[in-house]
Design a protein around this ligand. Structure first.
Ligand code: SF4
Length: 271
């Protein structure tokens, strides 16, 4: 039976893996869910069994993300960066394909995050034989985020990564937490979430995400006018919209790229 430890429901097999000395990899985007997960896992997993891994998204990522991860990581936990090996950015991929990712064809997640992260974790396991090829891959998805996420299994074997001599499970430790829970965990730990939340964003990762709400896209356009203009120009050039609704960004956000205001309270509006 799963037991709840420090706000986290820990499946029995996961407890066994932790006791047996498995590596626990914290996939961190720098967002609030990753941050709360990091805080909670660092309370129940020995530090020398944890590694944090981040897939940097370059220009499309919120400024200060890597610095925020570094500043909020528990002492002694290494951070591994997992960049795309081709060096191509999300916008390079969009330009090449002539289209943005879709809600159903989210190639961005597989190409820019999952693939590079799994590559780095395979390398890390190989370089650290003391983990015996055992890996728990922890991700910060929550059921409350969307109906699709609510259907995910919070604990399952990762068949793609598991081979002879390597056993990998995917775990969603904060699956049952609400948004309020997540902010409470961060606050109670004496930390603050990334600055973009206080600036009005509800989600982090890509500044302009295919899945973002209209309100988040509008706020991102205000906070990052230069990047906003790049997205608007790209939409026009490839004749395809970021939003799966097919509505171009200026219409969706109500923000004209020519007049995008430099009114960012953080002072980062020219980025
Ligand atoms: S944040 Fe959105 S656009 Fe960026 S990789 Fe994830 S799903 Fe794709």
């Amino acid at each position: 039976m799963s037991s709840r430890i420090a706000d986290i429901l820990v499946p029995p097999r996961c407890r066994e893996m932790i006791r047996a000395g498995a590596l626990i990899a914290i996939n961190t985007s720098g967002g609030k869910d990753s941050q709360a997960m990091t805080i909670l896992l660092s309370r129940i997993v020995p530090r020398d069994q944890i590694v944090a891994v981040h897939a940097p998204l370059g220009e499309v990522e919120w400024p200060g993300t890597i610095e925020h991860i570094e500043a909020t990581l528990p002492a002694g936990v290494p951070l591994v960066m997992a960049p795309v090996s081709s060096g191509k950015s999300l916008l390079d991929h969009v330009e090449e394909r002539g289209m943005f990712p879709g809600a159903r064809q989210r190639w961005c997640t597989a190409a820019l995050k999952r693939g590079p992260i799994e590559r780095e974790l395979r390398r890390y396991l190989k370089a650290h034989p003391r983990f015996g090829g055992r890996l728990v891959n922890a991700m910060g998805m929550r059921a409350e985020e969307s109906p699709a996420r609510a259907r995910k299994a919070p604990w399952r074997r990762n068949d793609r990564m598991s081979v002879a001599g390597r056993e990998v499970f995917d775990w969603l430790p904060v699956f049952d937490l609400s948004t309020d829970d997540v902010f409470r965990v961060i606050h109670d730990a004496g930390q603050s979430p990334h600055w973009a939340y206080a600036a009005g964003m509800s989600r982090l990762s890509c500044s302009f995400c295919i899945l973002a709400s209209r309100a988040d896209l509008r706020r991102a356009a205000e906070l990052r006018p230069a990047l906003y203009r790049t997205y608007v120009e790209l939409e026009r050039r490839i004749d395809h919209t970021l939003s799966p609704s097919g509505i171009p960004l200026p219409e969706l956000t109500g923000v004209s790229p020519a007049t995008a205001r430099h009114d960012d309270p953080t002072g980062l509006n020219s980025i």
